[in-house]
Design a protein around this ligand. Sequence first.
Ligand code: NAD
Ligand code: MG
Length: 395
Amino acid sequence: AVADTSRRIAVLGSTGSIGRNTIEVIRASKGRLRATVLSAHSRLDLLIEQARELKPRYLVASDEQTAAEQSWKGLPKETELLVGRKALEQAAGCDDVDVVLAAIVGSAGVRSTLAALKTGKTVALANKETLVTAGPIVRKLLDDQRKKNPAAPERLLPVDSEHSAVFQSLACGRRDEVERIVLTASGGPFRTWAREQLAQVTVDEALAHPTWEMGPKITIDSATMMNKALEVIEARWLFDIPPDRIKVMIHPQSVIHSMVEFVDGSVVAQLGPPDMKLPIQHALEYPRRLPGPAERLDWTRNHELRFEPADFDRFPALSLGFECAEQGGTSGAVLNAANEAAVQSFLEGDLHFTEIVPACRSILEAHDFDANPTLERLEELDLWAREEIHSWVCA
Ligand code: NAD
Ligand code: MG
């Protein structure tokens, strides 16, 4: 019966890399999946084009200024335009939505994801920053909802490929039978570079990812391996697992998306070509599996799948990730905001590639740690950390 019901999807961040892949999945679903909300912050021409095709109930332009400069002629008659940051929360919680695909980049996506969870929507989570920054708050929310309704289906479904792989692998055993989670990492474009070479990295080199095509922010994070650091924190809160049970392995082919090792030594993995349409579809359709547009592994040719231990000396972001996962509280929010601002400065040519992580570390160490922060406190620290990066760059 489940396979017959259609689902109404809010695609928050529909013009981005994940957003566009999501629309491909929706398009291929033969009407099973329907986009009832689309949102974007910029590139509003593309947003309007998407609205013409998909005829959503609501269209959200989250940036007031770009929205005011845009001509909104030619919207479908059934589509209502909403403007501003608050509109994201309103649309995420509205009656016309079953699943919120959270694909806004950065901590800008946190409030709308929380609004969706609080109003009882299922969330397909690409915005890892929600768990990195507000992990303790989300964990408590999910635990409370679980206590009230122990039999309810999973409400927070990972889109991040590693976490989707772990989620799928976890189905092979009970939670108390898990020994560890092994997150795989491509190693990024500088996997084999020496420390001295890393100091010379240019923006173009850092933007050229060997296996994945993604937005600019996460592409730089893959080059510094901060992305894996954030994913360790994401896994800690999503799966409620202590960080000493999380391991990172380099796997340059990006075919094994991550693994779960059980107490008996059995390791279960999920494989597929590096194509985000698969984890997106898995989260949107869960628990059903249906044919879809994701690429397939080619079983007529040779494949070589390699693992290497991660190098914490050349990629010190990894240590930061484990430390923040261990500390919890405000650490994730500060690390995330400092990194977002540092990546922006690197992209603008104001910060060297190898300064990104030391800048984040010094700001993290200087911050006023709080083990049980409110969302408002996390947002204050987010702004503070960005300003600290700004002073670091200007110094
Ligand atoms: P992107 O830069 O390609 O797209 C970002 C989207 O968010 C766009 O629609 C943009 O308009 C919107 N946006 C940007 N700033 C905003 C703001 N301040 N307020 C509201 N909306 C805003 O990013 P992406 O690569 O698609 O990544 C989206 C999220 O998914 C990130 O959290 C990223 O870490 C995660 N993710 C991405 C991939 C990938 O393959 N691209 C893989 C795993 C996880
Ligand atoms: Mg990932």
